[in-house]
Design a protein around this ligand. Structure first.
Ligand code: UD1
Length: 430
């Protein structure tokens, strides 16, 4: 397995171009299952999660073509998806276990083909991750659902029908899935307590461009009037707010200055507020965010993760890395996932002073310096937190299990090297 080697201590300066958002691209790609006409998706990041999803879609019978192009100063991929020969309605365990977000095929396949079989994903490092809200909502829309041999088998022989659905939690995945399913249901679906993440607005824009009738974008009440058929459309993936937030901390933790090109400050209001309270200067331009921590004293600050527009759970680990070297104490409360402090013991091995209280709170007391060590993480964002700690630490850090990073950070070493980091990938065979 590849590793990443970092020699810490360099101050980072320069520009990093932010890629398209993984979590926006995944549902956009699956929305192409809703029509037999071509759907073009631009600014798709080159990530293993996208490769896995494309593999699953090809298995179902999707025609996929790709073209490299420049999108806002960086190289990206434009994909054309055409679902005019779907021959398979089964998403097998081998695909789903590699990438949970394969559950995005559920809603579209059931809505368009009236049947789907989907391997239950099971838990993962950050928590149990049930899909009960997805399934009960589809049942409210008339689907018959059975769980057999680890698979969800869903049928809607007469098609789905609109329903008034109130989510028990503002789930991102369930909002996307039910939105997609409702576009082809008969009648009106109303979703209350829907998630409001920017990735959902991106999906609504695509679905409406395909002929769907969705109202309530950016609010927690979405109304979808079902239509007979959807058609071809084109969309660009929005910029990745979590990648942007992660590199903002790379500037802060190394007392450097980085311009995040193609980053959207609107999507990052809470993280920017926290960075400013920690002593970092953040200025916002039309299409970029400049993070300046040169000669700044970083101080501790508390965070509480919450549904958007609250502080994103996907930036919790990275902010915790910054807190480990801040002056004073910080309190981190994780309210979304029940097991999202797996990076804590690894940060402590690098000299951090962190105490976990229960499973939702951690107190971080800043230390003067971290020291490099071999470390590993069990999920994507935690792995990036260790990269950040390595950038600030004295000496060499080896981050193992790089495949987590490859799921969500496009060209990670290239981007960090370009701003002055001493970082390299050690290939398995080296
Ligand atoms: C998405 C993101 C993930 C992020 C999370 C929260 C993708 C591919 N992943 O995950 O990076 O951390 O949003 O912002 O976009 N829940 C249930 N039952 C369900 C569904 C969810 O109880 O049927 C719970 C979950 O256990 C969790 C909370 O709801 O506690 C939020 O989960 P959800 O928003 O669905 O997360 P994902 O869409 O899986």
């Amino acid at each position: 397995m590849d590793k990443i080697k970092i020699i810490g201590g360099n101050t980072l300066h320069g520009k990093i171009c932010i890629s398209g958002a993984k979590n926006a691209a995944l549902p956009l790609i699956c929305a192409s299952l809703l029509t037999d006409e071509p759907v073009i998706i631009k600014n798709v990041p080159l990530l293993s999660d996208i490769t896995f999803l494309n593999g699953l879609l090809k298995y179902l019978g999707m025609d996929i073509s790709e073209k490299q192009e420049i999108f806002v100063q960086h190289q990206s991929t434009k994909y054309t998806y055409q679902a005019n020969q779907i021959t398979n309605l089964v998403a097998p365990y081998d695909f789903v276990r590699k990438m949970r977000a394969s559950y995005y095929v559920l809603g579209p396949l059931l809505a368009r083909f009236k049947h789907v079989e989907f391997s239950l994903p099971g838990g993962c490092a950050i928590g149990a991750r049930p899909i009960d809200i997805h399934l009960s909502s589809l049942e409210q829309m008339g689907a018959k659902i059975e769980i057999k041999n680890g698979y969800v088998i869903a049928d809607a022989p007469n098609g789905l029908t609109g329903a008034h659905i109130i989510f028990s939690k503002a789930s991102v995945g369930a909002t996307c899935n039910i939105l997609m399913a409702a576009t082809l249901a008969s009648g009106i679906t109303k979703i209350e307590n829907a998630a409001k993440e920017p990735e959902i607005a991106n999906l609504i824009d695509l679905l409406n461009a395909m002929g769907a009738k969705i109202e309530g974008k950016n609010t927690s009440v979405l109304t979808i009037e079902g239509v007979e058929k959807l058609h071809n459309a084109e969309i660009s993936v929005i910029s990745d707010r979590i990648e942007a937030g992660s590199y903002a901390i790379a500037a802060a933790i190394t007392h450097g200055k980085i311009e995040l090109v193609n980053a959207c400050a609107d999507f990052l209001q809470q993280p920017i507020r926290v960075l400013e309270k920690m002593g970092v200067d953040v200025s916002v331009d039309d299409n970029s965010i400049i993070v300046d921590a040169v000669n700044k004293t970083i101080v501790g600050e508390d965070i509480y993760t919450d549904y958007y527009p609250g502080f994103p759970t996907d930036l919790q680990a990275q902010f915790m890395a910054l807190m480990t070297v801040a002056e004073g104490a910080s309190l981190v409360t994780e309210s979304i996932w029940e097991n999202r402090f797996m990076h804590v013991p690894e940060l402590c091995r690098m000299g951090a002073n962190i105490n976990i209280h229960g499973h939702a709170s951690a107190i971080v007391r800043g230390v003067k310096k971290l020291s490099g060590a071999p470390v590993m993480a069990t999920d994507l964002r935690a792995s990036f937190a260790l990269v950040l700690a390595g950038l600030a630490a004295e000496g060499e850090t080896i981050v193992n299990r790089v495949y987590h990073l490859d799921r969500g950070y496009e060209k990670l070493e290239e981007k960090l090297k370009a701003v002055g980091a001493d970082i390299e990938r050690i290939k398995e065979s080296d």
